[in-house]
Design a protein around this ligand. Sequence first.
Ligand SMILES: Cc1cc2nc3c(=O)[nH]c(=O)nc-3n(C[C@H](O)[C@H](O)[C@H](O)COP(=O)(O)OP(=O)(O)OC[C@H]3O[C@@H](n4cnc5c(N)ncnc54)[C@H](O)[C@@H]3O)c2cc1C
Length: 695
Amino acid sequence: MAWGYWTIEEALKLPSEYGISSRVTSQVASYPPELQLAYLQSSIIRLWSSFALPMFINYANFGCVAIIFIVATLRHFIGQWVTGKLPAPVQRVQTAIVKHLYLSSLFGKKTSQPVSFIGAKGALGRWTSVQIPTRLHGIFITILVTFNVLMVFYQPTVYPNLTYIAVGYSRSQYFRVAADRCAYLAFGLTPLAIALAGRNNILTAMTGASYSTIQIYHRWVSRMCFMHGFVHTVCWLLMEGWSNQLPTMFKRAYWNWGFVAIFGGLLLFFCSQRRIRELCYELFLIGHVTGALLWVVGCYYHALLRRETELLRWIYAAVGFWASDHLFRWVRIVVLNMPALFRTSRSTKPKTGAFAAEGYLVGEGSFIRLRLVPSVRWPAGMGGPGTYVFVRSADWKVTQAHPFTITWPMGMALPLESGARSSAASSSDQESDREKKSSASTHSTLDHEFDSSDLDSPAAFELLVKPYSGFTQSLSRSLANDPSAEDGTVQGVSTKRVKLLVEGPYGHSVQLEHYGSVLLVSGGSGVSANVAHLADLAKCLGKGTLAVKRVVVVWSIRDLDSIRAVIPYLNRLEPLFGSMPAGFVEFHVHYTGSAASESVDVEKSSGMVPAEEALAAIDRSFSHLGPAIRTIPTAGRPSVAAHVERLLPFASERIAVSTCGPTALCDASREAVKQSLGGGVTAHQIVYHEEAFTW
Ligand SMILES: Cc1cc2nc3c(=O)[nH]c(=O)nc-3n(C[C@H](O)[C@H](O)[C@H](O)COP(=O)(O)OP(=O)(O)OC[C@H]3O[C@@H](n4cnc5c(N)ncnc54)[C@H](O)[C@@H]3O)c2cc1C
């Protein structure tokens, strides 16, 4: 639509997009001749500024997401093959972009660790903390925020605008323009915010961006959406207040539905605060669902009763995104768990499907090991390292679904040498199976395996869970305290059936087999992601596709009990890597606990012990492993930079660094990779992946 000044005759002949409707022409006719042209100009600019412009921006928002999506998808799928073949100057530019945009925080060095935006410490610091995005995301978000804030303040040039005579110009004209435009923008951003929150997000699948990265955009789009709704509300309250119309307005249904929406928005805004999410995820979730429902329903009736029907398309789109995501979720749940849905009795002990899960508490309960057997196998290529499933209980907290990284993948044949497999594979009788396993196991009692006869079911996969205070604690309690659910005791550890429903897998697999060197960094339960990578590398070795020449695992632990959770996996992996040279996997265990404890035996101790004794205990507990996995216990925090530096001489064979752990460790790893770039090391030669346990 071109802008210009017309004579009244010209203006009346303008195309329909200029909004010169029969209503406008009849109103023009009702004005004195000297005001008719001014009224027409006012109408055109009002239509453009308050409705056509925000409508265009709403479509442009989706267009921008589509462009980012296409670029990121191309980069994801062809980038890794192309970048190594680019001419050296282009590679240098690409390395600079990766170093300064992908790996650098927008401010300071922290990206994973939240930072107080007022620089406060302690409780106030935690309540005012936000996550600082990397520069690349920061630039996109800055553009989004700047543009949306400008849209609130940008005003048309016609003052006074005669179409606002009814509300009184020029003060009300200013607020009316902002109110109208913000309403359109709030409606337009609603489906985008909901689309970005979906679990079955095509953006994640195609671009390789993690769910937590997409969440950054979800949050900022939602904040902008709420800001527009809030400005719209405040403007109308002021305008109606100035004309003493508020009591009348609160008798109108459309007006009150608007307040339902804004109340939903406020609820969403407050319940989404990081600190609330950390302290009480359930409150965050309930606030989120209720708030979103109030927002969508409120907006729908607000627009419908106000006869702004062109706005309803955004609400239909929002409901469509939400419904399709939930439909996919439930289809997955039903497909993965259906066959046994109605066989709830424990005595039936289904081999696959709903409730086909067993678990046990590791040591004093510092970890839970779970083995789940859904009724169908995932298609090849799904459920690889870096992917996760949502797990919900059929017994308690049924509404809650919690994400856990797939530690041991589906369809991963267990090595024949494993004591567990040799005991479990041949017999379907569980009692004799357990007896066999007890006697056949050649490893220490730390090598506790699952108790089921379908141990090597092709659909089985495993999770490693760190208990906290909500769902995971209930799971821990049900494994510890429910004797009726007990399935058996092997080597002093009881495994129990638990009724769990699986949903997934989500996320995208990160394949590392093509790199020459692999550095896996984790802290605490983050080791589950490292184990998943090791299992995948072992699988590739079996298939003959492994290019990796060395693997360095850097695992930071606070208590010795954690060792027990990992040893069963190393026992399985060690024979799988048997054909590799000694020390193929360097497993650095960094012990960061230090308090005194009476016991230094890993098998008996769950607490923190003095460093030297802890290191000796770690050494002892790994001593039975063959030469392919060399364990190196160290006291104190790891220096990821030092580990990266040790691998740099092998940069020409390419290095992958994958981190999953506490936020500080993620920031340290990212910084180490960033510092290694340049000076001859290109972004093609060293690649960083992060798997976060938070969003
Ligand atoms: C992609 C992903 C993969 C994960 N993989 C693992 C894993 O392999 N092993 C492991 O031990 N933990 C993993 N986690 C963390 C795990 O999901 C939480 O520890 C668990 O949900 C806590 O449940 P809770 O009710 O006991 O937590 P609470 O005691 O209520 O809270 C503990 C912490 O967990 C967070 N949390 C709670 N519920 C959720 C939820 N539904 N989604 C995301 N965060 C939540 C809270 O914000 C809080 O910071 C993963 C998280 C994500 C996002």
